[in-house]
Ligand binder design. Structure first.
Ligand code: GLV
Length: 328
C-alpha cells in the first residue's frame, strides 16, 4: 500500500520527522519558512494529513482548496487556529496536544507570576544598565506571593496546576472563575473557591489568565475589568493573545492603575503592542510557557501519534471532533 502524504508545516525535531517518515511521505518545513495562506494551501494540496502548530489557520477556505485533507494534528493544547466546525463539516479530524504540557505550563505561569510580582526582569535591566550604585529601602520593592490571594480565570488542567502550586506551595488563598464550577472534590484538591469574575478582580492580589481563546473570551480583560483590580495587583496572561486588550493594559500599567503584568501571549503576536514595550512594569516573554525540551518532545510525539493513530490505525489519541470518526 502506498504511504499517505502529510505536510509538517513548521520546523520540528528531526526525530519526529524520521518517525513520521516510517509511515508517511513527508513534506516538511525544516527551514521554518513563513508561509502565506496561499502558500500553505499550495503545500497542503494532495496531502491527507497536516502537522500544525498554533500558527497555521485551518479554515473553510483552506479546507475547500484541499479536499484530500483528512486530519490536522496541532502540536499545541490550544486550537483557536482551527475552525473546528468547518473541519467537522468537511469530515476533517482535528486533534490537539493536551495533558503533556500541563505541569510545565503551570510551572511557567508561576514563574511569570513570581517574576512580575517581584520585579525580577525590571531590576535585572537596571543592573545590566550599570545603574546600581547603592542600596535603597524601596529599590524594586514588589508584592508578596506567599499568603496573598491568587485569582485564576480559567480553571482547566493548567489553571488547577497553578492553583495547587499557589495553595500548597505558597500558602495562597485561591479563588477562581470559570465557565462552569469544578466539582467539590476538585475544588477541595485545589483548595480553590469559586467566585464571580467581578469579585475575583476586586479581591485578588494576583490574577492569572488561563482561558481558551474563543469569540466569547475575546478581551476577557479590558479597561473596565482593569479598573476593578487593586492598584497593587498583578496580572499574568499565559492563555492566548486577545484574551487581554493589550492597549488598555498598557495604559493601565503606564498610569499605575495596576502594579504590574506578566505576558507570554499577545494580540497579533509575534508583534507586540508598541505601548507595552514602553512601560517598565511588565515582564514580556515570547509564548514559551510549554517550552522545556521534554515537554516540547512530548507535544511533538503526541501530534505524531495522532497522525499515525488516525491515518494508519483509524485510532487518533486526542480527537477534538470525534463526530468525524463516527461518520466514517
Ligand atoms: C500553547 O500555547 C499551546 O496551546 O499549547
Amino acid at each position: 500500500m502506498s504511504k499517505a502524504k502529510i505536510l509538517v508545516a513548521r520546523s520540528i525535531f528531526p526525530e519526529t520527522i524520521a518517525r513520521l517518515e516510517e509511515y508517511f511521505e513527508v513534506e516538511s518545513n525544516q527551514g521554518d519558512q513563513g508561509w502565506s495562506k496561499a502558500q500553505l494551501i499550495d503545500k497542503l494540496k494532495g496531502k491527507q494529513g497536516a502537522f500544525t502548530t498554533g500558527s497555521e489557520r485551518i479554515d473553510a477556505e483552506v479546507l475547500a482548496a484541499c479536499p484530500d485533507l483528512k486530519i490536522c494534528a496541532n502540536m499545541a493544547v490550544g486550537y483557536n487556529n482551527f475552525d473546528v466546525d468547518a473541519m467537522t463539516a468537511r469530515s476533517v479530524l482535528a486533534t490537539n496536544a493536551p495533558d503533556v504540557l500541563t505541569e510545565t505550563t503551570a510551572d511557567f505561569g508561576f514563574a511569570l507570576l513570581m517574576a512580575t510580582a517581584r520585579r525580577i526582569t525590571e531590576s535585572e535591566h537596571f543592573l545590566r544598565a550599570g545603574k546600581w550604585e547603592k542600596w535603597s529601602y524601596d529599590m524594586f520593592a514588589g508584592s508578596d506571593i506567599h499568603g496573598s490571594t491568587l485569582g485564576i480565570i480559567g480553571m482547566g488542567r493548567i489553571g488547577q496546576g497553578i492553583a495547587r502550586r499557589g495553595a500548597l506551595g505558597f500558602g495562597m488563598k485561591v479563588i477562581y472563575h470559570n465557565r462552569s464550577r469544578l466539582d467539590a472534590q476538585l475544588e477541595a484538591e485545589c483548595k480553590a473557591s469559586y467566585v464571580s469574575k467581578e469579585e475575583l478582580l476586586e479581591t485578588a492580589d494576583h490574577v492569572v489568565l488561563v482561558v481558551p481563546y474563543t469569540p466569547a473570551s475575546h478581551h476577557t480583560i479590558g479597561a473596565a475589568e482593569l479598573a476593578l483590580m487593586k492598584p497593587t495587583a498583578t496580572l499574568v496572561n499565559i492563555a492566548r493573545g486577545g484574551i487581554v486588550d493589550d492597549a488598555a493594559l498598557a495604559a493601565a500599567l503606564r498610569d499605575k492603575r495596576i502594579a504590574a503584568a506578566g505576558l507570554d501571549v499577545f494580540e497579533g503576536e509575534p508583534k507586540v503592542h508598541p505601548d507595552l514595550l514602553q512601560v517598565p512594569n511588565v515582564v514580556l516573554t515570547p509564548h514559551i510557557a510549554s517550552a522545556t525540551v521534554p515537554t516540547r518532545r512530548a507535544m511533538a510525539d503526541l501530534a505524531a501519534d495522532n497522525l499515525i493513530g488516525f491515518l494508519v490505525h483509524n485510532k487518533p489519541v486526542t480527537p477534538l471532533n470525534p463526530a468525524v470518526l463516527a461518520s466514517k
